[in-house]
Design a binder for this molecule. Structure first.
Ligand SMILES: Nc1nc(=O)c2c([nH]1)NC[C@@H]1CN(c3ccc(C(=O)N[C@@H](CCC(=O)O)C(=O)O)cc3)C=[N+]21
Length: 281
């Protein structure tokens, strides 16, 4: 049986530090506030939003949801970002991605002020990650996957890590963060041939496909450390990760569950960024 790497213990440490900061801010009349921009009703956006609002409420951070239709234009979304930049009652902004195909993501990324960019979509903040500077706002999901590995003292130096995701939200920045820890990294994606041949030879596999229960036993070995970042609904409508959990957890050495794994850490990291953004305002 694999060791189950739960997110709540990792998140608890992050929240503890945050609470002290929120108390200090309250003394000077400041309440950290997150603006959430959501286009449409993607299940993984909704799942993240629920987790964010629940955590904001318990920890004393304000959240404001800006819900818009998926047919919104690039210009309208740029205008919303500019409005939020000027809004002194908003400390940080999260825009759910991927965006609808007709939206020009480049323009949107540049529209948000880097100081409010708590999920690292502005090119300036991303560039820092690619230069090996981990001091700014990194992408929350990528940071969460790394935090789970660090908290559980999984060795990274010289290890083979395969990341199945090539997005700017997760795969590409995570690979840069792992390089900083001296891991040997491989990115796989939808056109990768014989994916299981590559993942089953790795020490650590990070999955983020958004295909419920896609990865079965043949993708892993007995020593595999499995970090499941996928969030989607299975055929019964239940929240599920990319990994066929019951089957795979019998075989590998460590695995994160969904829900209750990386997701809960992602939320805490996002909120800690909101607190940091508020401190600098
Ligand atoms: N710009 C951007 N950054 C993201 O980081 C991002 C995004 N867009 N789009 C959507 C995906 C999805 N995602 C989740 C994070 C946490 C949970 C989470 O905390 N889930 C809870 C369960 C919540 C429930 O029960 O519904 C858990 O895993 O325990 C879920 C999903 C981040 N994403």
């Amino acid at each position: 049986m694999a060791e189950i790497l739960k997110g709540n213990v990792v998140a608890a440490g992050i929240k503890e530090k945050m609470k002290k900061d929120i108390e200090e801010l309250a003394k000077i009349g400041k309440v950290p506030t997150l603006g959430i921009v959501r286009l449409g009703n993607n299940p993984d956006d909704i799942s993240y939003e629920k987790s964010i609002i629940k955590n904001c409420d318990t920890i004393g951070i304000q959240s404001k949801v800006f819900e818009r239709n998926t047919d919104m234009t690039t210009e309208e979304l740029v205008a919303l970002m500019e409005e939020l930049n000027k809004d002194n009652s908003v400390s940080g902004v999260l825009l759910f991605r991927p965006l609808p195909k007709h939206i020009d993501e480049t323009k949107i990324r540049e529209a948000l002020s880097p100081a409010k960019d708590v999920d690292c979509m502005h090119p300036i903040n991303l560039a820092k990650i690619f230069e090996g500077d981990m001091t700014g706002f990194g992408p929350c999901t990528a940071k969460a996957a790394l935090e789970v590995l660090l908290y559980n003292e999984v060795p990274l130096e010289g290890k083979n890590v395969v990341v199945v995701n090539r997005s700017m939200v997760l795969g590409k920045p995570l690979v840069m963060m792992l390089l900083e820890k001296n891991a040997t990294v491989t990115i796989c994606h939808s056109r990768t041939k014989d994916l299981h041949e590559i993942t089953s030879k790795a020490d650590i596999v990070v999955t983020a496909l958004g295909k419920a229960k896609f990865f079965d036993k043949k993708y892993f070995n007995e020593k595999s450390v499995c970090i499941d970042v996928g969030v989607s609904l299975d055929s019964e409508g239940k929240l599920s990760g990319d990994i066929n959990y019951p089957e795979v957890s019998e075989m590998v050495s460590m695995i994160t569950p969904v829900p209750g794994g990386v997701g809960s850490v992602t939320t805490s990291i996002l909120l800690s960024h909101v607190v940091d953004a508020c401190k600098k305002m």
